[in-house]
Ligand binder design. Structure first.
Ligand SMILES: Cc1ncc(COP(=O)(O)O)c(C=O)c1O
Length: 410
């Protein structure tokens, strides 16, 4: 057989256990009435339909032809870029503007932002540092960019963010490859539900600065996909950005925004990467390579997606409606999480500390946990020594039974 694919592509085989298990769960649900599917990372109502925002629906259905069908500008629109910036940084937006140079590039979801950043801010064969529990597509983005991942321990013995291990691995990697590119998914981490504290962020930034002072390039990729689902007031979920003010001059921070999660626009493929640095030249490089990669990898983003978000942020009436609806979404998630935690406590089931997001994780020593649960008609995502439960797609009425079954097999 002739070698039909390029050498660099020989290894490729998409083994997304998440998508596959989700399909299996759906098929089982058609066969049996008692199947519990806790695999899907999309927010769903109790009755099983996707959580749509009415304001998103209204704006979408009132877009004109140009706003729907034309190619979107590579740089997006001011309504979109400034709207996203102000939404992401909230009360800290002005402070960030005063202290940083910045540039906002629309991308095909948070995925497009991460994959472009992996590609542009590493040499081939270098590694990105991230915690040992992570959203598995990061691995695909890395291999596609000819780089790899290196992990540090997410938790210390008290299940707090492990700053000490982060520091050790960061210094080791930086010295080894003369570059440090870090990826943190915070707050409301997927898969664990961890939220780093303000102090954790302060210490992480001290480490980044320490490396930068060794004359090593430092890039922080901050994936905030679930920032709007932290179990805190929106105002407080943005507090972590205060620590950014301590960043040294030429560190580059790339904040990754996902329109999928914030607006339930999963299928529209819209998001953004916000490049921030105190040095204009660093931001100019970010914009230069970012623009190029948008064009070179996916041409531009979804025009309707871009316009829906722009129109929600630029019109006060829409923004207020959106803010109200996102509170409803948060309350729905919070009710599920609260019940899950209560049931876990009653059943003596140990779970990882949850402070927001679509997922709760449960540590396990059972190597057959996935199969055991499937035999009991429960579908979750197994990862190393935890199982990930998507409360985003879980109905309240299933939680008691789910916790009981998990406890039985854990
Ligand atoms: C941790 C994390 N980051 C980023 C994303 C990106 O999603 P999208 O590309 O749909 O914006 C997801 C989606 O599941 C995610 O879980």
């Amino acid at each position: 057989m002739k070698r039909i694919v390029g050498k660099h592509a020989e290894y490729k085989k998409l083994e997304s256990n998440i998508l596959q298990i989700s399909q299996e769960a759906k098929a089982a649900k058609k066969k049996y009435s008692d199947v519990i599917d806790a695999t899907v990372g999309m927010l769903h109502h109790e009755e099983g339909n996707v959580f749509k925002f009415d304001v998103v629906d209204d704006v979408l259905h009132n877009l004109n032809d140009a706003e729907t069908y034309h190619y979107a500008p590579v740089r997006g629109t001011k309504d979109f870029t400034e709207g996203v910036f102000n939404w992401v940084f909230g009360e800290n937006a002005e402070k960030i503007k005063q202290n940083f140079k910045y540039s906002i590039i629309p991308t095909t979801g948070g995925s497009g932002a991460i994959s472009n950043s992996f590609y542009n801010f590493n040499d081939f064969n270098q590694k990105v540092l991230l915690p040992n529990y992570y959203w598995s597509p990061y691995q695909n983005f890395a291999l596609e960019a000819n780089i790899d991942l290196k992990t540090f321990l997410m938790y210390d013995e008290n299940f707090h963010f492990n700053v000490a291990d982060f520091k050790e691995k960061a210094l080791e990697l930086a010295k080894e490859q003369d570059r440090l590119c870090v990826l943190l998914n915070d707050p409301s981490n997927n898969p664990t539900g961890l939220c780093m504290t303000k102090q954790d962020w302060k210490e992480v930034i001290q480490v980044l600065n320490e490396v930068s002072r060794m004359d090593i390039p430092v890039i922080l990729i901050h994936d905030i996909a679930y920032i709007d689902y932290q179990m805190k007031d929106t105002k407080y979920s943005r507090e972590i950005f205060e620590s950014y003010l301590d960043l040294d001059d030429d560190v580059l921070a790339i904040v990754v925004f996902s329109g999928s999660k914030t607006f339930s626009l999963y299928g529209f493929r819209v998001g953004a990467q916000i490049g921030l640095s105190k040095t204009q030249e660093t931001v100019d490089h970010f914009t230069r390579v970012g623009d190029y990669s948008v064009r070179g990898r996916f041409s531009s983003v979804s025009q309707p997606g871009l316009n829906i978000i722009g129109k929600i942020f630029n019109k006060q009436e829409n923004k207020i409606r959106f803010e109200k609806e996102i509170e409803i979404a948060k309350t729905m998630l919070k009710d599920r999480a609260t019940l899950f935690l209560e049931e876990a406590e009653k059943n003596n089931l140990e779970i990882l500390p949850y402070c927001g997001g679509f997922f709760i994780s449960v540590p396990t020593k059972n190597k057959n946990i996935f199969k055991d649960l499937v035999d009991d008609h429960v579908y979750v995502i197994p990862m190393q020594d935890i199982i990930r439960v998507a409360i985003s797609s879980l109905a309240m009425q299933d939680i008691k039974e789910l916790v009981r079954k998990i406890k039985k097999h854990i």
